[in-house]
Design a protein around this ligand. Structure first.
Ligand SMILES: NC(=O)c1ccc[n+]([C@@H]2O[C@H](COP(=O)([O-])OP(=O)(O)OC[C@H]3O[C@@H](n4cnc5c(N)ncnc54)[C@H](O)[C@@H]3O)[C@@H](O)[C@H]2O)c1
Length: 260
């Protein structure tokens, strides 16, 4: 029997990278997974792949910035699978990395709206259903950035959103303890996904902050990870193995952020 048999998991950003990897892993363990994303083609492909492997999945088009869109996605989840047990608030962007005097207000807003408002909206609409289920597990994908490292030049909006997610997670963990809802964060380091391709770096060389170690990083695999590495950590937090763990951030970076 799978570790998540009979559980329903709502995963934002489930069409790509860490979200898709987590969806595949959860489905292998018997969970029914919802892939909430804006990339329909990619999301449907992940759904098909999980179904062909004998699992159950549903792609729903959902922009996490938009309250109505998130509410609708949660409604579709309940209509399809009847309950909700696990939430992975994972959708996120790097956005624009640039010196602070060049970072435009709309660029700041976009990063904060997707990464932080999106996390709030996802959890806001999911919590009544977790309470109805008698408890559950919330996992937020934060980052080493903004929590243990501050060395990515120009990433002020991104790092702020990622630090905000961890503070929010700790507030919620305490608030929802009596409802048997656990809330934790995973903080990945460098994970091989498409996120870099969608990052806009503008004039960051002007900042002169780049850190390069002369002999490379001594961390596990030089700190380079795959989505499955984060997915397995999420599985621990989502399953009964993590039953007494709430309010913590777990760094999934091979130890790399200890150094920089
Ligand atoms: N890859 C890394 O090195 C790394 C490191 C630390 C943290 N993270 C975090 O991991 C999370 C997942 O990133 P990833 O690396 O898998 O990137 P990714 O780009 O492969 O996947 C992110 C997914 O989020 C979706 N998304 C973006 N905006 C959205 C919106 N408004 N509404 C709904 N979905 C939206 C994208 O369509 C995409 O499918 C992010 O929160 C990111 O900050 C990634």
């Amino acid at each position: 029997m799978g570790m998540l048999e009979g559980k329903v998991a709502f995963i934002t950003g489930g069409a790509s990278g860490i979200g898709a990897g987590t969806a595949r892993r959860f489905a292998q363990e018997g969970a029914h997974v919802i892939l909430a994303d804006t990339q329909t083609k990619e999301g449907e492909a992940v759904q098909n792949e999980i179904e062909q492997g004998g699992g159950q999945a549903l792609y729903v088009n959902c922009d996490v910035r938009d309250a109505q869109s998130v509410q609708q996605a949660i409604t579709e989840t309940i209509e399809k699978f009847g309950r909700l047990d696990i939430v992975v608030a994972n959708a996120g962007i790097n956005g624009v990395w640039t010196p602070i005097d060049e970072l435009q207000p709309e660029e700041w807003d976009k990063t904060l709206n997707i990464n932080l408002r999106g996390t709030y909206l996802t959890i806001h609409y999911a919590v009544p259903h977790l309470k109805k289920a008698g408890g559950g597990s919330i996992i937020i994908t934060s980052s080493v950035n903004g929590n243990r490292t501050f060395s990515s030049p120009g990433a002020s909006a991104y790092s702020t959103s990622k630090a905000g997610q961890v503070a929010f997670m700790k507030m919620i963990a305490l608030e929802l303890g009596r409802d048997h809802i656990r809330c934790n964060a995973v903080c990945p380091g460098a994970i091989h996904t498409n996120i870099e391709e969608r990052t806009e770096n503008r004039d960051t060389e002007k900042l002169g902050i780049e850190v390069e170690l002369p002999e490379g990083s001594p961390a596990l695999n030089e700190g380079q990870g795959e989505p499955i590495d984060v997915a397995d950590t999420c599985l621990f937090l989502a399953s009964d193995l993590g039953r007494h763990v709430s309010g913590v951030e777990i760094y999934v970076d091979g130890g790399a952020s200890l150094l920089r």
